[in-house]
Write a protein that binds this ligand. Structure first.
Ligand SMILES: Nc1ncnc2c1ncn2[C@@H]1O[C@H](COP(=O)(O)OP(=O)(O)OP(=O)(O)O)[C@@H](O)[C@H]1O
Ligand SMILES: [Mg+2]
Length: 434
């Protein structure tokens, strides 16, 4: 089954490898790597490396945008992007080969216009339609239905197959709804206009009728030696569902609820959704109830605040305890699964009131930038294949670590993933001993 990645702020990632890097110096690059990046493209690349056939979408503009699309095509990643007048950004990473320190410089990217946003709305609708194999969303999300009305009437007036069938209103009132809708196609963001989707209850409400909306539950009582990647799923209610991944920053001028609305729409089609972003986009996206959200420690702290340390508590103990508490707090805002990543300390996963920790130790770390994207790619790919949440988490941890073993951000080798999978420890969370 398919993985669709949404990257509003695609980039050309430029990585310089130097020795003895200090601010203010002049350095000869030992080597340089340039490739299409931005978190969603790294996720697509991860899925491709694992053997999937992802579809990348988003915005790309100018000469940098051309280069990004060329790279994707060379890598065999399907791409359907809205071309923008504004140039796509570059991101610069400097890896100091001597100290291993990584310095990053991130451009914000250029703004997209209202027309370009509207074009993306139509494109995303088309992508959902072809990924689902049906003509209209099956879910009861009024938001998805309103969007259906608007997109259908704008995309193909004469195509009667496009008629939305779930809201029962047809295209009547589409213009009125267009005015009332928040976000790229409407006037101004108005959270009250969004259907509420806080947590399981309303997530079930968004499910297609007749489908089992229960989550893959994993196997909480098994200990780590019994969890093996590749076992048939015990609970795979998610099997065969497309997974849509929303990753990275928004372009300037985009409403913070950009992802929230797309999550609502994708849920209306019965897709699984994964969110990996920061700041306001993360805040409003989480409230839209994605299936899974993957903040790192900094992003989680911004979202729910950080626990205070306990006197005498070691770093590991503190991190694990704080991460478990934060993941649980984030889950209470809407997502079914929270995976909170902590770099070399691994990750914790919170799902249905239970928490697991997952990690694999590695030597020879070269560049950990993009480990989160590789982790998300691994989890998306596993979920799209119907594997349960524990298996998805395990693969995510292995992919994240495998990324840190390579020099370029957002890339890993399949042989590393295979080797690491045997060593990943996933177990029900228990605080470490100080
Ligand atoms: N040095 C490392 N050793 C072992 N595992 C690692 C290491 N770095 C990353 N990982 C794995 O990858 C996962 C994701 O990494 P991290 O927490 O750095 O993500 P991130 O901050 O979102 O990264 P990015 O945004 O650059 O993609 C971690 O939870 C961990 O499982
Ligand atoms: Mg990240």
């Amino acid at each position: 089954m398919s993985v669709i990645t949404v990257t509003p702020n695609a980039a050309l990632d430029v990585t310089y490898f130097v020795r003895g890097f200090r601010a203010g110096g002049v350095y000869r690059a030992l080597s340089v790597a340039k490739k299409a990046g931005g978190k969603g493209l790294n996720v697509a690349r991860a899925v491709r490396t694992l053997g999937g056939d992802p579809l990348a979408t988003g915005f790309a503009g100018g000469l940098t945008g051309e280069r990004i699309l060329e790279d994707l095509s060379r890598e065999g990643i399907r791409a359907r992007f809205v071309r923008t007048a504004g140039e796509s950004r570059c991101t610069i990473t400097v890896v100091d080969e001597e100290t291993g320190l990584v310095t990053e410089i991130r451009e914000a990217g250029e703004a997209v216009s209202e027309e370009e946003l509207a074009e993306f709305s139509r494109l995303f609708w088309e992508i959902c339609r072809s990924a689902s194999g049906s003509e209209a969303p099956l879910g009861r999300s009024t938001f998805a239905c309103s969007w259906a009305d608007i997109c259908c009437s704008e995309v193909s007036e004469s195509d009667t197959r496009s008629q939305p069938r779930s809201c029962g209103t047809g295209r009547c009132g589409a213009e009125e709804r267009l005015r009332r809708l928040p976000g790229p196609m409407g006037e101004s963001p108005d959270p009250a206009a969004l259907p509420r989707c806080d947590g399981l209850e309303s997530a079930q409400w968004c499910e297609p009728p007749g489908r089992d909306s229960s989550c893959a539950t994993g196997r909480p009582d098994q200990d780590r030696t019994e969890i093996r990647f590749g076992e048939p799923s015990q609970v795979d209610a998610q099997a065969g569902r497309p997974v849509v991944v929303f990753s990275g920053s928004l372009r300037p001028g985009m409403a913070p609820d950009f992802y929230a609305k797309l999550i609502e729409l994708a849920k209306g089609w019965g897709f699984l959704t994964i969110l990996d972003t920061s700041g306001d986009a993360l805040k409003s996206g989480v409230a839209a109830g994605p299936f899974l959200v993957k903040p790192n420690l900094t992003e989680a702290r911004e979202l729910v605040g950080m626990e205070r340390g306990t006197p005498g508590e070691g770093e590991e103990t503190f991190l694990a305890r704080a991460a478990a508490a934060m993941a649980s707090r984030i889950a209470s805002h809407g997502p079914k699964v929270v995976v909170l990543s902590m770099g070399k300390h691994g990750a914790v996963m919170h799902h249905q009131g239970r928490t697991w920790s997952g990690r694999v130790r590695i030597d020879d770390v070269r560049n950990p930038v993009g480990s989160g994207d590789s982790m998300v790619g691994g989890m998306a790919w596993a979920l799209a294949r119907g594997q349960d949440i524990i298996e998805a988490f395990k693969l995510g941890v292995a992919c994240g670590a495998a990324n840190a073993l390579t020099a370029t951000a957002g890339e890993f080798r399949m042989e590393d993933v295979r080797a690491l999978l045997d060593r990943v420890e996933v177990r029900p969370y228990e605080p470490c001993k100080p």
